[in-house]
Design a protein around this ligand. Structure first.
Ligand SMILES: [Zn+2]
Length: 92
């Protein structure tokens, strides 16, 4: 019984983390509930590549991650862009 309570609260925590990161709440509720500690840790560490904002390199046009400081193709130093290719990431 106590395991179910623990699993439930870990599930809630995982869902909450997922919601903050824009991931699927139900998936992480289940994952965190089934494997409480590992699932919650995974939810905290998980990064959704789909939701990652991107921008194109001004030199070669390669699509890079927003957080990349250097273009991985041509090595151009990338400034923080004014606009992204994939959604608008609010910078708080
Ligand atoms: Zn480049």
């Amino acid at each position: 019984m106590s395991y179910l309570v623990i699993a439930f609260f870990f599930g809630l925590a995982g869902a909450w983390v997922a919601r903050l990161k824009g991931n699927s709440m139900w998936v992480w509720f289940l994952v965190s509930g089934i494997v409480p500690f590992i699932g919650l840790a995974a939810a905290l560490l998980y990064r959704s590549e789909e939701d990652e904002p991107r921008r194109s390199c001004p030199t070669c046009g390669r699509v890079c991650m927003l957080h990349d400081a250097l273009c991985t193709r041509c090595g151009t130093e990338l400034e923080w862009p004014d606009e992204t290719l994939h959604g608008a990431a609010p910078v708080a």
